[in-house]
Structure formats: structure tokens, C-alpha cells
Ligand binder design. Structure first.
Ligand code: CA
Length: 296
């Protein structure tokens, strides 16, 4: 079974919750195994709301980590507090592991290579890449990722123009610096799914009104559905093959400006980075995602 670590900003947009339902359901049905989730945008209810949501999905066994420093995003959508009432294990953010330590621990214990999905900001992976040997492992983060990760799937960037600008790289000085470090240092293959892919694919509008995920969309003021950046990236990662998932790819080397988070791409035939281009209609992806997340 393929195993994953998942990173999410789980706060600043509701498409993370749509993506998390797909992840939770495929984990629960043992199609994949999620070894841990690292939250990279921290607000008062981050850990309890994620645990609460996973509990409503009847998924109880995934370790959670968080970057407690990443508090400067703003906004307080009601669903975070609303989902927290379903939490049992965690009382607050400090009960969860530090996300970098969680990643290092999972990687050091892995007996076969796993994959990483990132649907938020890159600072946790960047900090793992920069991490040195510690009490968890005598290997650096770069060595751990090189040895234990086969592929990283990232929702970030805007790849249909030069100097593309997208939230997960360009939101803040932290996100820009992290994107720069990630693109420069990451030693394993990376596939990016950019803003231009998910923007016009609207999902979640067909959920039933008593569904907790539907309430999340209402709280985010998107009752008719939300752009599918994160669910499309998660679906692509779970399928595990860009062509089978309905995409063409462009190979090369991605870069992110450390000052402003703008992204660029140099095409190289055997490059370690890819970005995807849709080979199907928007309805193709929309129908698959709506089917995967439907209210039961
Ligand atoms: Ca996200």
C-alpha cells in the first residue's frame, strides 16, 4: 500500500477540507495509508478542528503535527470552532507534535519509501530539508527525504505564465522563502498542480445540507462549491500517475523568488520537476471529485 505524509494549511480556504475528505475516505478504505498530517497555518482551533473533522470521517489513527509559529494569516472562519466540538484526543494545538519533528520521525521509521502531499505552505518541508541530525535520527533532513521519499505532490504556483503568482508561494515572506528553499534543495521528483488547473473546477456544491463538509463550505461563503486546487492535487497523488489522472506534464526545473514568491520554470526534458496541464474538460475532474466526496 502506498503511504503518504500530508501537509495542509487547513484554515485559509475550504478546499483543504474537501481534499481531506478524499484523503480520509481513501485512508479508511485502505487504498492508501496516511502516516501523519502536518498543519502549516496555525489558528486557535487548528488541531482540534482537524481532529474533529477526521473523527466525523471515522478516521482516528492519524498522528497530527503543527507549525505553531505560522499564525499570521488572518481570518476566522466559523467552521474551525464548529468542527472542534468533535475532537476527543487533542485539547489545543500544543497537544500535537511539532510538524518538522513529526515528519522526521515518520521518515526515520519508514521501512519503505513514502510520498508527500502538500496542499498548503512549504515551510515545514523546507525546515525538514534544512534540519540536521537530532535525537530522532542521525540523518539530516536532506538525507531522510532522499532515502525515504519517492515523490512529492504539491499544490502551489501558477505555471501558465512567467512570474506566476499564487497564494501558497506568494502569501508572505515565510511562504516565499520556503518555496525558494524547497525548489532549490528538494532532491526527489516533484509534481506541481498550479492555480490555473483548479480555479475553474468547482466542487462540493452537490453535498447534502446536513453534511459537516457542506457546513464548512457555507461558513466559507461558498455554498455552491469551491475551486478544486487541493482536491485535484490529492486526487492526482492518489492515482499516482499524471497521465492516468488526466493530465499532460511539462518537465524541467521550477524556481520561486525568495523575496516575492513569484514562480518560474525552465523546461528540461529530464528535469526533476513537473507541472501538469489539463488533458480533460473541467467536468471530468469535477464529476470524479463530487463522486468521491458525496454525502453518505
Ligand atoms: Ca490549502
Amino acid at each position: 500500500m502506498r503511504k503518504f505524509i500530508v501537509g495542509t494549511d487547513w484554515w485559509t480556504d475550504c478546499d483543504d477540507a474537501v481534499a481531506m475528505r478524499i484523503l480520509a475516505r481513501t485512508h479508511k478504505s485502505r487504498q492508501i495509508k496516511i502516516e501523519g498530517i502536518g498543519i502549516n497555518a496555525c489558528m486557535e482551533y487548528s488541531v482540534t478542528s482537524l481532529e474533529g473533522f477526521l473523527n466525523t470521517e471515522e478516521v482516528y489513527d492519524i498522528p497530527l503535527g503543527i507549525d505553531l509559529k505560522a499564525t499570521d494569516f488572518g481570518g476566522n472562519p466559523p467552521y474551525q470552532k464548529r468542527l472542534s466540538v468533535h475532537a476527543k484526543k487533542f485539547k489545543n494545538n500544543k497537544d500535537a507534535s511539532d510538524a518538522v519533528k513529526l515528519y522526521r520521525k515518520i521518515l526515520s521509521k519508514a521501512d519503505e519509501k513514502l510520498e508527500i502531499i502538500e496542499i498548503g505552505y512549504l515551510q515545514v518541508i523546507a525546515d525538514v530539508l534544512k534540519s540536521k541530525a537530532d535525537e530522532i535520527s542521525d540523518k539530516s533532513g536532506l538525507e531522510l527525504i532522499n532515502d525515504k521519499v519517492s515523490k512529492i505532490w504539491v499544490m502551489a504556483g501558477k505555471w501558465d505564465e512567467e512570474n506566476g503568482k499564487e497564494n501558497n508561494f506568494a502569501r508572505s515572506s515565510r511562504s516565499a522563502e520556503a518555496g525558494n528553499i524547497f525548489c532549490d534543495l528538494c532532491p526527489v521528483p516533484v509534481t506541481f498542480l498550479g492555480w490555473e488547473i483548479g480555479h475553474s473546477v468547482i466542487t462540493g456544491g452537490e453535498l447534502q445540507q446536513n453534511d459537516v463538509l457542506y457546513q464548512v463550505l457555507i461558513d466559507h461563503k461558498k455554498p455552491d462549491g469551491r475551486s478544486s486546487w487541493d482536491p485535484m492535487l490529492v486526487l492526482l497523488a492518489i492515482i499516482g500517475n499524471e497521465e492516468k489522472a488526466g493530465y499532460q506534464t511539462v518537465c524541467g526545473k521550477a524556481s520561486v523568488n525568495a523575496e516575492n514568491g513569484l514562480n518560474n520554470f525552465i523546461k528540461i526534458p529530464d528535469g526533476n520537476h513537473k507541472y501538469v496541464i489539463k488533458a480533460k474538460s473541467d467536468d471530468y475532474y469535477k464529476n470524479i471529485i463530487n463522486n468521491l466526496i458525496r454525502t453518505i
